[in-house]
Each structure stands twice: as structure tokens, then as C-alpha cells.
Design a protein around this ligand. Structure first.
Ligand code: KIV
Length: 263
């Protein structure tokens, strides 16, 4: 049976942690859902781990549509989320709708949009027109040059309060899920506690409703620098299937992420 946003919402209410991994092709889609991963994200991280770029900025609409279609052909049960690439949603809600609709038509069940307050109008526009939206707050890699690097966000009372407010407003605008990246674990816990929609953490501690990692990071096949929040599941796992199964088991048991992967 297909996992839906309702399924994930129910899991959150029951305290069953949601597992998500990035995925870019049909074979991995089948393998990941077979190992128990509930949600697959066609992340714009594909620009770095598949295409070899230094950031996610060069990823195009065509890239995400292509990889979403590949994943959708391989996944029979998982909830599929397509990332909206840099430059495809910031200009106007109308343009965002046109691009989001194309990603949905390729097989996605939700689109992900990076950013806080400036995205509220677009999130409302899309969700009122039938396109579920996942927000993305904290370290938003498409803004790496504005943030001055891949840095932990939401540190200190003022920044933390701002992030908490942004999360509430995203939910109010219609976001059905929110990714929290590289923020203090206690802040992610507070945000998760006040929201009614699931939070998915990456470098945001163990108290989010679920976790996501970039597939190539957790399998230790990305040659670039790894963030503190990444765990190599391949070393103890020994095979790709065992590594993914171990990730699912540890997220469900709340043993990943540990304090050593959190801020
Ligand atoms: O592009 C991506 O892989 C992401 C995750 C890191 C959340 O946005």
C-alpha cells in the first residue's frame, strides 16, 4: 500500500519515527523501500553527489523532473518528495506552481521548498491549489553564499526564536512537513513540540518526527567533506541493504542521531 502524507502524520502522532533518505534512481528506490524507508527525497543534493558540482545551485528543473520520474518508476510504496531547484520557485508563486506541477506530474507526492518568511505566499499558493509542500528551514544549502558557508543556524536566543516563529508560520501557510537542517537539537525539539505537522531532521537531533540523510553520505561513497551529522552506516552494515536496514532500525530506536551527530 502507498504511504501517504496521512500515514506520515499518523506515525508522528503515534511517536513512530519517520525514515527518509535521498534517492535519485529506480534501483535505489526499490532497494530503499524494501529496507523499510518510508519516504524518498529527490534532493537537489544530486548536484553534488551525482553531478560533482560544488554546491546544489547548478541543479535544473529538468534534472529534478528526470530523477523524480526515475525514482517514481522504482518505488511502489514510498512517499516521494521532489526538491524544487534554486531559481525555480523564488520569482513568483505562479512560476513556482508551474514548476512544482511538473515535478508532481513526474511522480512526486510533495515538493520541497527551501526558505522561511519570503516563501509563505508561495507555500500558501501551492497548497491551496493541491500541491503539498515540505518546508526547509535552518541551513538552507541554496543560500550557502548568503549564509557564508555551511554553518549551523538558529544559535542564540534571537536566532532560535526567529526560526521557531518561521516554522509556525510555514505550518500556518499550509506546509505539510518541515525539514530542519543543522540547528541545535534543543531548538528542533521545541519546534517539533509546537507544530502539528512532522519535522524531519538532518543535523537537528533525535527529537524530530523523523530523520533524513543524503544516501551517498550514509553509504560513504561521496568523496567530499562530510558534515558532523553524517553517520557512515556502510562500515558496520557491510552491504548497501544492511546499511540502509541499520539506518531504519537506529532511527526507529532513536539511537541515531546520537549526541556526536547533533549540535
Ligand atoms: O537536497 C537534499 O538532499 C536535501 C536534504 C539534505 C534534506 O535537501
Amino acid at each position: 500500500m502507498r504511504i501517504t502524507l496521512n500515514t506520515l502524520q499518523k506515525m508522528m502522532q503515534e511517536g513512530d519515527k519517520i525514515t527518509m533518505l535521498t534517492c535519485y534512481d529506480a534501483s535505489f528506490a526499490a532497494l530503499l523501500e524494501e529496507a523499510g524507508v518510508e519516504s524518498l527525497l529527490i534532493g537537489d543534493s544530486l548536484g553534488m553527489v551525482l553531478q560533482g558540482h560544488e554546491s546544489t545551485l547548478p541543479v535544473t528543473q529538468r534534472d529534478v523532473v528526470y530523477h523524480t520520474a526515475c525514482v517514481a518508476r522504482g518505488a511502489k510504496h514510498a512517499f516521494i518528495i521532489g526538491d524544487m531547484p534554486f531559481g525555480t520557485f523564488q520569482l513568483s508563486p505562479q512560476e513556482a506552481f508551474r514548476n512544482a506541477a511538473e515535478i508532481m506530474a513526474a511522480g512526486s507526492h510533495m515538493v520541497k521548498i527551501e526558505g522561511g518568511l519570503p516563501m509563505l505566499e508561495t507555500i500558501e499558493f501551492l497548497t491551496r491549489r493541491g500541491i503539498p509542500v515540505c518546508g526547509h528551514l535552518g541551513l538552507t544549502p541554496q543560500s550557502v553564499h548568503q549564509l557564508g558557508g555551511y554553518r549551523v543556524q538558529g544559535k542564540g536566543d534571537t536566532a532560535a526564536q526567529r526560526l521557531l516563529e518561521e516554522a509556525k508560520q510555514l505550518e500556518q501557510a499550509g506546509a505539510g512537513m518541515i525539514v530542519l537542517e543543522a540547528i541545535p537539537a534543543l531548538l528542533a525539539r521545541d519546534i517539533t513540540a509546537v507544530l502539528r505537522v512532522p519535522t524531519i531532521g538532518i543535523g537537528a537531533g533525535v527529537d524530530c518526527s523523523g530523520q533524513v540523510l543524503v544516501l551517498h553520505d550514509m553509504l560513504d561513497i561521496y568523496p567530499g567533506k562530510k558534515a558532523k551529522f553524517v553517520k557512515n552506516f556502510m562500515r558496520p552494515g557491510g552491504s548497501i541493504q544492511a546499511a540502509v536496514a541499520m539506518y531504519v532500525k537506529e532511527v526507529k530506536a532513536k539511537t541515531f542521531p546520537g549526541p556526536e551527530h547533533s549540535f
